[in-house]
Design a protein around this ligand. Sequence first.
Ligand code: FES
Ligand SMILES: [Fe+2]
Length: 410
Amino acid sequence: MVTTVENRLLTDVAPGTAMHRLWKSYWLPCIRTQKLVAGGRPERIRLLGENYVAFRTHDGRIGFFDEQCPHRRASLTLARNEDCALRCIFHGWKFDVSGAVVETPNDRRPGFREQVKLRHFPTREAGGMVWVYLGEGIAPRFPDLVFNTLPDAQVWARAAVVPCNWLQGLEGTLDPAHVAILHQNITRSAQSLATLNLMPEAEPRFETEIRPYGMSVAALRDLAGGERYVRVTEYVAPGISLIPYGADEPQQCIMTIPIDSGHTLQWNVFFHYQRPLTAAEREIMLLGTGPDDDDIYQPSDKPYWGQDREAMADNNFSGLAGVIIEDFVIAESMGVVVDRENEQLCAADLSVVRLRRFLKAGLDSLAAGGQAPGQESDIDFAAIRSTAGVFAAGQDWRGIASAPQATAAE
Ligand code: FES
Ligand SMILES: [Fe+2]
């Protein structure tokens, strides 16, 4: 059982909390690359309960600062984007992408502007997203996950804002037991081997393995004829889940990033290891979501999250519009922060329990002066791959999980 105090420790990312500090130890994907237009408007970005501003200069570089101007704290989202710098429209103080204060027109005393401090943060662009490091000191190694290294045409990153705490979204991505139930409309109609056996009747067994980068979560189903259907979700700390598909299929990575304790930025990153995504595949991936890649989830203003009871009477299990929306609605339906003290867990919740334990151990490590989990220098992020396929029953899934190009049987 998770007590109310433990739940707060695990979920609250407000400044000053232990979880805020843990999250600040990582590079975080925060906005689509295309959303920052060269010479265009500065964008507000809220992460871990704090507001920032990001902009792209006319020559394509990115600046990332605290939102409030260091002078008298006007919002820099109102600033002018000029001459490769942001100029606050209140008194005209001007900041370049390096965080240097290059003009203070209302106080031209020699040496004054050099004393002004502006908090600014390093960024990287990869996978169609801008990533930022908000922590102290030197940034950790960038997570060069496989989709961060592929050509643009092979990756499609879409963002959603879900109005609930990040941990219930993340737990959903590491809960393989729900896939064959909640998402059965899609799994029942799936044509591919990787999803074909995901029937509610085929009762899976769950196992987990702690990894240097996070955790592997296996759902194992014994098939007739001495074979085993294996699905392994890979968790990369603190909020990344690689969802299992066959090695030749489009892949999906879900990244769960806290905006604040009651709002979550959830990324759906679709990618293919070998080739560009096709128009037909992109069509399938829309799955009831909105067309705006910067925010694919518009919570329903209808009662009961817009659930369609007529569709349910007509063979639609959930009455919700597709896999992604099903996950968002379920997470949101638990309340802003789920009351974990009143859960009644079962054996199939093994991975959720292990995830909580993993995060708690990460907090303990930081508190003891150690490093956040998943930051060892020898982690080969690009080699972390989810796995879905049929293997010999005697084969240890730990050996096949995360092997580069793990091959599903045809
Ligand atoms: S508040 Fe920004 S320059 Fe004065
Ligand atoms: Fe799901």
